[in-house]
Design a protein around this ligand. Sequence first.
Ligand SMILES: NC(=O)c1ccc[n+]([C@@H]2O[C@H](COP(=O)([O-])OP(=O)(O)OC[C@H]3O[C@@H](n4cnc5c(N)ncnc54)[C@H](O)[C@@H]3O)[C@@H](O)[C@H]2O)c1
Length: 330
Amino acid sequence: MKIGLFGSGRVGRLHARNIAEHSHAELGAVYDVDTAASQNVVDQFGGKLARSAEEIWAMPDIDAVLIASSTNTHVDLLYGAVHSGKAAYCEKPIDLDLEKSKRFAVIAEASDVPIFVGFRRRFLAELQAVHDRLRSGSIGRIEMIQMMARDAQPPPIDYVKVSGGFLRDKAIHYFDLLCWLTDDAPVEVHAVGSCLVDDSIGIVGDVDTVMVTLRMTDGALCQIANGRRSSFGVHESIEVYGADGRLRWDPGARSAVMSATDGGVLHIPPKSTDIYFGQESFAAALDSFVRAVKSGEAMSPSIGDGIRAQIIADAATASLQSNRPIAISY
Ligand SMILES: NC(=O)c1ccc[n+]([C@@H]2O[C@H](COP(=O)([O-])OP(=O)(O)OC[C@H]3O[C@@H](n4cnc5c(N)ncnc54)[C@H](O)[C@@H]3O)[C@@H](O)[C@H]2O)c1
């Protein structure tokens, strides 16, 4: 499968490497408005240097595209993918404007062009294990969920400026995970935030440290803590408390998944080879996309999943700005 890549920044380069290393994919072409950046990717990972997006849409041998450009460019590129009939892997979030994403979703659904949204954490083997255990009811009805995610350091300020804010940019991953893990969706959110890591983030009107409380349809409560700094490296964990036990994912710990029920405690050793699970989850998400395009199976995460996470992120942002709980409707 020949893939055209849009964007050669931090994440675009990672995808370029994964495409080049995938046994059923190759990098067909690369476009970035910054030609030096795309040339660099082409030199390292192959493909043709494209001078415009249109050049990629017109290439008959490009089967699919991967959109890893700045968030505010995704929807225009997604329309290009639909009009040229090329399957698309789109980085999260779909867009910063929910109505724009929804309008695109209607067009995408009317076409049969498959669209995949890059919520890559779903593809970590350990989180799949947590997902399957929750779905099989191993800890009973879910009562509380606690998610912690701190990046090693903040991204460049130019990225922050066009990111749509911390909740739309970062917490959106955990909004998606929450829905995927629980097979439910939040109906209320309350977010509070501070700027503690980098003053320049506050100057552009954003926060770098947030605590988000969510109430699910069935009453279960979730807390998500996100920060842009962790002095000892990327730090993420998820803990779920159910009526009959507790499940914990903690890739930094010796047992990556721990399940405690009245039947005993079970430790599952780490499966990830990459403690920071960046490369591994991006590669596994790409693999899932490639397989789905080849087999014709439905895309997951879908455009609908992307919109649901965006609705939650918008409500959380409104809550942060107004400092009050906000009801969420879909
Ligand atoms: N899945 C994840 O875990 C994850 C992590 C970080 C970022 N992201 C997402 O990936 C996207 C890119 O993030 P990044 O960190 O690589 O940002 P970045 O700023 O490092 O790179 C973005 C690149 O897009 C290019 N670009 C801008 N407009 C373009 C256009 N019209 N066509 C082609 N290229 C264009 C820029 O020149 C730049 O090289 C964002 O949407 C972000 O939300 C996802």
